[in-house]
Design a protein around this ligand. Structure first.
Ligand SMILES: Nc1nc2c(ncn2[C@@H]2O[C@H](COP(=O)(O)OP(=O)(O)O)[C@@H](O)[C@H]2O)c(=O)[nH]1
Ligand SMILES: [Mg+2]
Length: 354
């Protein structure tokens, strides 16, 4: 099943009226829990549109998460990421594992890959319920996209996919943040001139758990492989040393070693679980969600023609924004009044009040 994000023009940053809400989340979440793909798709759309109930959705499905293996695939545009992902899908399906793909690279669609596209269709994976491919719109703000990606991965995890592959172009900070979601990050590069240098410049070098030199049929593959191997040896001893593998994804060649390396890295992670780091990660995630939730609520509350006295004072220029913000925070009741239940559409008694 391949889905594109629906075209809408809503923007979480603009001060527009509150977007339309799902009347009641319960039937949708029930359908999701019953394994209905359409419910999954609708929930992802709500998340992708940064609907006000996003945090409630993720909070409620959270107990069902934590089972999936997440694999990030990144690298320059045209390196063959989507082609490689198609190869991986076919292999994982052959192992009866359910695979979801989150594509944040709009440049190359999945359905178009000539050779593997046909193969996937031939083996029936195209209509396979065990494969779900979803591209996210890049509408979100800087932090918005990585948040959308993280929440989408949680939905897919909770839905029961065994393997979740996140494809994104490795160019900026947002992409690096998105790769932070993955248990295992595969950096795909190609023999074209200067590509190795670009990988290092983009900071992809540090985040790679596995290097793949794709288009190994082209000249210069050995050279970039040697370059990458040299950089790998600069890593501290005792840690994970990323293997450098060669593939010809368009010909479906060299894929088994990639699967093997992913499995080996997963095993390494399992053997080196770091409870302190996981605790730190959860705390950081809490701060991120809290900050984003406050920003979204403030944007809605201040934008929706709020009759709140502090907002009116600020708008009229009688109270400066700094003093106003501090004044509001000094009084829990005022915070709840401005940003509380009515602002996110949760009814009383649903636990939304501070
Ligand atoms: N020569 C060669 N071309 C490849 C190989 N793998 C992928 N390609 C081609 O490279 C182009 C870009 O591939 P794509 O997977 O869309 O790259 P992405 O932008 O990184 O996702 C497509 O035309 C592929 O058919 C390979 O191993 N060798
Ligand atoms: Mg692609």
């Amino acid at each position: 099943m391949i889905e594109k994000p629906p075209m809408t023009t809503s923007s979480p940053k603009s001060m527009q009226p509150e977007p339309a809400r799902a009347a009641d989340l319960n039937p949708l979440l029930d359908a999701f829990a019953a394994g209905q793909m359409r419910a999954l798709a609708r929930l992802i759309t709500l998340i992708d549109n940064r609907a006000p109930e996003s945090s409630e959705i993720i909070g409620r499905i959270y107990p069902m998460t934590g089972r999936a293996q997440t694999i990030g695939v990144t690298g320059p545009p045209g390196a063959g990421k989507s082609t490689l992902v198609n190869c991986l899908i076919a292999r994982y399906r052959a192992l009866a594992r359910k695979v979801a793909v989150v594509a944040i690279d709009p440049s190359s669609p999945f359905s178009g890959g000539a050779v593997l596209g046909d193969r996937v269709r031939m083996t029936g994976h195209y209509k396979d319920d065990g494969v779900y491919i979803r591209s996210l719109s890049s509408r979100g703000s800087h932090g918005g996209l990585s948040r959308t990606a993280r929440e989408t991965v949680k939905l897919l995890d909770a839905f029961g996919f065994d393997v979740i592959i996140i494809e994104t172009v490795g160019v900026g900070q947002t992409e690096l943040a998105i790769m932070d979601l993955a248990d295992t990050t595969v950096v795909v590069t190609v023999p074209e001139g200067g590509d190795g240098v670009q990988i290092m410049k983009a900071g992809l070098n540090e985040i790679a758990d596995i290097f793949v030199v794709n288009k190994a049929d082209r000249e210069g593959a050995d050279r970039i492989k040697a370059e990458l191997e040299l950089s790998v040896h600069l890593r501290p001893a005792g840690g994970w040393r990323p293997p450098v593998l060669m593939t010809r994804a368009a010909a479906d060649q060299g894929i088994e070693p990639v699967l093997g390396a992913i499995a080996k890295h997963a095993q390494f992670l399992a053997e080196h679980r770091d409870a302190a780091r996981e605790s730190e990660r959860r705390a950081r995630e809490f701060i991120e969600v809290l900050a984003a939730e406050l920003e979204e609520r403030a944007t809605r509350a201040v934008g929706a023609g709020s009759a709140h006295s502090v907002v009116e004072e600020v708008r009229a220029g009688r109270l400066n924004p700094y003093s106003a913000a501090l004044k509001l925070l000094q009084d829990g009741a005022s915070v709840a009044d401005l940003l509380g239940n009515h602002a996110n559409g949760l009814g009383p008694g649903k636990g939304g009040r501070a």
